[in-house]
Design a protein around this ligand. Sequence first.
Ligand code: SF4
Length: 466
Amino acid sequence: MTQWLKLLNDQQRKLIFGNEQSTDPATAYDKKRAVHAGVKGDSVPADQVQTVWQREMEQSLPAPEDACVYINIPFCQSKCTYCGFFKNLADPAKIADYTTALIEEIAQTSSSPMIDQTRIRAVYIGGGTPGTLNAAQIAQLLTAINRHLPLANDCEITFETRTHDLGGDKLQACIEHGVNRFSLGVQSFDTRSRRSIGRIDSGSAVINNIQRMLALKQASVSIDLIFGLPHQSIDTYLEDIVIADQLGVDGMALYQLNVFEGGRMDKSISAGRSIAVPKTAEQFHYHQAAYNLLTDMGYHQLSMSHWVQGTLDRSIYNRFSKLGKIIHAFGAGAGGRTGHYRYFVHPSVVAYLEKINQGNKPLMGMTEKIQMTTLHDFISGQIDGGKLRFDIARKRFNIDLKQIYAPLLASWEQRGLAAAGERTLRLLPAGQFWYVNMNQALLDILEIILTNGAYELPQERVAAQG
Ligand code: SF4
């Protein structure tokens, strides 16, 4: 069962096991390997994409299935220095055309059996910054979503935005048309840190905006915070968490800063225009301090990065996407999933508008799910929840993951990253910092076994800070 060990060269072993001799969990691995763990599927040839898509959309499901919707608004008022997702600067004329096309895309495809037979438990309007739409456009988009898509009665509708972009009329449009969750990209309340990454508002302006949203009592409010920012110490990071707690937000998603190799922040630090940011081993201590503080405050985890108090912030879209559920995707740059394929909507707004005008789904590509996708999704969904149930895997997939992974689990246990019982592997607080690498390692091992060692281990350049 552990023959895969013999197939690894030194470099592969290091990616999977990390620094085996290190007794310091801060250096259990050198750095983060990917933004999200995963294994690529087989690409559908470009000339077959539309046909495969049409066929897939015509598929009938044996029974109604849970699904979620992702809608992408690829515009921002300004570009944040660390961002790997920026696409277009907000331009009112372009946004007007884009909103019309987006509504058309939703109307065009919503009656297909693949969409019609699902029950949509979560809609996520993300970007970019959806707050770049004006109030009338927000109202039109939400009206189209409500009219055309089979939303379940308990559907969580999230509107992601920077607080700067969501003035009173836009906020009202969201509330009047069914938004029941705001996901706010705060990143930090510390004005100096915020300005250093290109954020416009001061910390106190952000606080005022959040108070305004919470006072409505109409939607849950979850905020994103980043650790490892310029000018941020562990103390100021913990202060951000305390401020969020005192404001009474429903949830906090805490993300490690990714410095993309060759990205704006990387170049700016290398050229000496920006101060250096904490290295990965230092980020570890920010993570552990936040873990201890939030545990002490009585928060609980919905996922490895998301902490909540109370029950209002359900974060359904994020959980569903990790669990491999069906995602109906709309808008330039959005990524979706059917029962058998992943698909990607063209990221260029120009190409997107052109295709919509021709009456086609503006697809850039599709990949077919691979042999083990369902098992991969199971593992990734479990790890994102801080565990891996061996007993469920045995029953559902007839596979003994505990035995297959034995050497790796022993190494993780010895280094304080995880604890394995008979039924379940649990990620310990130290392991939670490394969960993406650990998740990727578990997927890699299955692929190495399947390909008899021919599989190439992925390594994205997402931690240029070292
Ligand atoms: S607002 Fe969000 S998507 Fe836009 S540049 Fe900033 S971080 Fe990136």
